[in-house]
Design a protein around this ligand. Structure first.
Ligand code: NAD
Ligand code: MG
Length: 387
């Protein structure tokens, strides 16, 4: 069987999701032609990938890194570009498949530019959807794009919804590992360090999402992400702590049947299901050995120690700009925590504080969302100790 390779662009190619995606592309070179690869400022890693995959263009978001990128790509014939607008322009070239794997709201504008070209969008960048939910989903519909969730829980839900009617859904349950501090007391949480927070028991991920996992803001953001991806009603979305991370999420139907998707804790599984959709492809991920795993356990989340899921549910309920405010405040607080400027429990406290002080009207455009994001960041930054 002959087939034409499809074009793929990876926004955030040097990150954890970007690397896992490129690992699958590397194993199936005949299937893909790499168009754009982007990074924030890691020139060396980006240039190496661009050369390995013969990308058309490599882009650094940090414009000051462009001269170094040009040098690193000299003689390769690969275009080099830098800066926020270059990132958007590269995404706007479109591709059969764009993997949105930038971390944070920084990925929103390029993801929207890719959506406006139609095509398939593999969405890992949950902060973009959380910030711009209704605007992004409207753009997807308007431009005939297809949003395929990469996030393991949403990928699981997407798979469990196939062949069923959304109107028959009784509940959607997102599973949460509970993060590295699942069993920690409030006193221990107060003293948690960045090094402890980024050490996730089950998954290997970028620093920001690892901290989000420890605070449970990751699950909070995912609740809002699910609300926009699967609009069955917020009251039908649930969260259950499942420390083994084997069941990636579940959909319960009105007849009492619950469908779940299970698999190893390896992001290449959901990424592969996106890359091959609606088909299936081989991956190097091992089979699921339930006898070796032995036990799967489940329990309700503790919103006293981890208020993030409650804050996120309230933000989703409020809708409009409020999820963008929550997301921006969290990004600033996580950054401050990682730099050692604030303690672990201050993250949720500061997010709550910004949410109390700032309730802008619903955004009508991408620019409105970016303005809300900027103002919420400014307010969150104002809470940080002077350094
Ligand atoms: P990461 O930190 O490993 O990688 C982030 C990528 O984005 C890098 O390529 C980096 O260069 C780029 N980047 C960072 N800041 C940027 C900026 N300001 N402008 C442009 N590019 C920038 O992060 P990750 O763990 O790969 O996560 C990426 C996204 O996927 C996040 O939204 C995360 O929540 C989501 N996600 C990740 C995982 C996982 O297992 N890592 C699972 C589910 C969802
Ligand atoms: Mg997830």
């Amino acid at each position: 069987m002959t087939h034409t390779p499809r074009t793929i662009s990876i926004l955030g190619a040097t990150g954890s999701i970007g690397s896992s995606t490129l690992d699958l592309v590397r194993r199936n070179p005949q299937d893909w032609r790499v168009r754009a690869l982007t990074a924030n400022g890691n020139v060396e890693a980006l240039a190496k990938l661009a050369r390995e995959f013969s990308a058309e263009i490599a882009v650094v978001a940090d414009e000051t890194c462009l001269p170094a990128l040009r040098d690193a790509l000299a003689g390769s014939g690969i275009e080099a570009a830098g800066g926020a607008s270059a990132l958007v322009e590269a995404a706007a070239r479109g591709a059969d498949m764009t993997i949105a794997a930038i971390v944070g709201c920084a990925g929103l504008a390029p993801t929207m530019a890719a959506i406006e070209q139609g095509g398939l969008i593999g969405l890992a960048n949950k902060e973009a959807l959380v910030s711009a939910g209704p605007i992004m989903t409207a753009a997807v519909a308007k431009h005939g794009a297809t949003l395929l969730p990469v996030d393991s829980e949403h990928n699981a839900i997407f798979q469990c919804l196939q062949g069923n009617k959304a109107s028959h859904v009784r509940a959607i349950t997102l599973t949460a590992s509970g993060g590295p501090f699942r069993e920690w007391s409030q006193a221990q949480l107060e003293a948690a360090t960045p090094a402890q927070a980024v050490k996730h028991p089950n998954w290997s991920m970028g620093a920001k999402i690892s901290v989000d996992s420890a605070t449970m803001f990751n699950k909070g953001l995912e609740l809002i992400e699910a609300h926009y991806l699967f609009p069955v009603g917020l009251e039908k979305l649930r969260i259950v702590v499942h420390p083994q991370s084997v069941v990636h999420s579940m959909v319960e139907y009105r007849d009492g049947s619950t469908l779940a998707q299970l698999g190893p804790s390896d992001m290449r599984v959901p990424i592969a299901s996106v890359l091959a959709w609606p088909e299936r492809m081989e991956t190097p991920c091992g089979p699921l050995d339930l006898a070796a795993i032995g036990e799967l356990t489940f329990r309700a989340p503790d919103e006293e120690r981890f208020p993030a899921t409650r804050l996120a549910r309230e933000a989703a309920q409020a809708g409009g700009a409020i999820p963008a405010v929550l997301n921006a405040a969290n990004e600033v607080a996580v950054d401050a925590f990682l730099r050692g400027h604030i303690g672990f429990t201050r993250i949720a406290a500061d997010v709550a504080h910004v949410l109390e002080s700032y309730a802008p009207p619903p955004p009508g455009s991408l620019d409105d969302v970016l303005a809300v994001d900027a103002e919420a960041r400014r307010r969150a930054q104002g809470l940080m100790p002077c350094t």
